[in-house]
Design a protein around this ligand. Structure first.
Ligand SMILES: NC(=O)c1ccc[n+]([C@@H]2O[C@H](COP(=O)([O-])OP(=O)(O)OC[C@H]3O[C@@H](n4cnc5c(N)ncnc54)[C@H](OP(=O)(O)O)[C@@H]3O)[C@@H](O)[C@H]2O)c1
Length: 321
């Protein structure tokens, strides 16, 4: 491989790139990385102050002045104007990064239809609409699309039902559109992050203390033993968008410290003796109790399974403090 081939991600230089969610988190980090790589940027977000701040940082990284196309992407006029202004300013579009998204806490028992509609409108409907309007321009440039999905699209988690559904939809959207546009040489991929340190979880309702605990728990919920950083996702997005990935389309790429590959296992001993009060000795639990816990399922009956380092530990509530 020649040295030039080693740096194919540098093909993003001068590529006209529209990034949504660019006012915060993963989208903002991606804007900064693309700026460093010399891309020409059109940035969308709702918070104009934040968007302006990120645009200034992009310029400080050496990029030409980004075009700001602010607004709420659930508004159809905003979506149309975003594409029209990008094309009229730059004359073409090479890359679309769909990063805008929201998280909401809700189960089948607690999420109302308003929450369902809100999450689906932002995370799926607006992505469908914006992509649809960008596609004719991306066909002309044989460009590429990277969607920001989530490990929640590939794996199932209780408590964030509409969000998980929305990200599964994005994974399927990515694969289907990839097949539809492959004959036109437009590549379509997604990144599927695990927990990444951004504003999204606090915006979904976690207070500072809960967020701290949530990040602490990432040491056991992610195989690499930590949450991820925005920059780590941004580099994966740049890879997929660039000529470094010319033979990759229809991929939902986990960027999650191995979380997608983890599988619950049963620990056959009490993990923490301080959690039992009945005076029973630590050590292997009986097959009978194991079977009872398994039969009861993760949340049912008198025993429950709780996520723990690389396994699921058995807890018997009647014996806990
Ligand atoms: N952080 C994680 O752990 C994680 C994990 C997996 C996947 N993701 C995905 O990564 C993407 C980016 O999230 P993040 O973590 O970077 O969160 P974030 O810091 O909260 O950023 C979310 C971005 O989306 C924009 N946005 C939200 N609703 C919008 C709307 N209706 N119209 C236009 N823009 C809108 C926000 O704009 P304003 O701030 O200007 O309102 C902001 O720029 C999301 O799709 C999220 O689902 C995140």
């Amino acid at each position: 491989m020649s040295s030039a081939d080693s740096y194919k991600v540098s093909s993003l230089k001068d590529k006209v790139t529209l990034i949504t969610g660019a006012s915060s988190g993963i989208g903002a980090g991606t804007a900064l990385l693309f700026a460093k790589l010399g891309a020409q940027l059109a940035l969308n977000g709702r918070d104009l102050d934040n968007l302006t701040k990120i645009a200034k940082e992009c310029e400080e990284c050496g990029s030409s002045k980004p075009l700001l196309v602010p607004g709420d992407l659930t508004n159809e006029d905003t979506v149309r104007k975003t594409v029209e202004q990008t094309i009229s300013h730059f004359g073409r579009l090479d890359v679309l990064i769909n990063s805008a998204g929201i998280l909401a806490m809700g189960t089948i028992e607690t999420a109302d239809l308003a929450q369902y509609d809100k999450v689906m409108n932002v995370n799926v409907r607006s992505v469908f609409h914006l992509t649809q309007l960008c596609v004719p321009h991306l066909i002309k440039t044989k460009g590429s699309i990277v969607n920001v999905s989530s490990v929640n699209g590939q794996r199932s988690f209780p408590g964030v039902l509409p969000y998980c559904m929305s990200k599964s939809a994005i994974d399927q959207f990515t694969r289907c559109v990839a097949l539809e546009l492959a004959c036109k040489q437009v590549r379509v991929n997604s990144v599927c992050p695990g927990v990444i340190v951004t504003e999204v979880h606090k915006r979904a309702g976690l207070d500072e203390e809960q967020y701290k605990q949530f990040l602490e728990k990432c040491k056991v919920t992610h195989a690499l033993g930590r949450p991820g950083e925005v920059d780590e996702v941004a580099h994966s997005i740049a890879f997929l968008a660039s000529d470094a990935a010319t033979f990759i389309t229809g991929v939902n790429l986990p960027v999650d410290g191995g979380r997608h590959a983890m599988c619950p296992r049963i620990s056959l001993s009490y993990p923490n003796q301080t959690q039992t009060t009945s005076g029973e000795p630590a050590g292997p639990i009986s097959d009978q109790k194991l079977r009872a816990a398994l039969a009861a399922g993760p949340s049912g009956g008198s025993a429950r399974l709780e996520e723990a380092p690389m396994c699921h530990r058995l807890h018997f509530p009647q014996r806990e403090a």
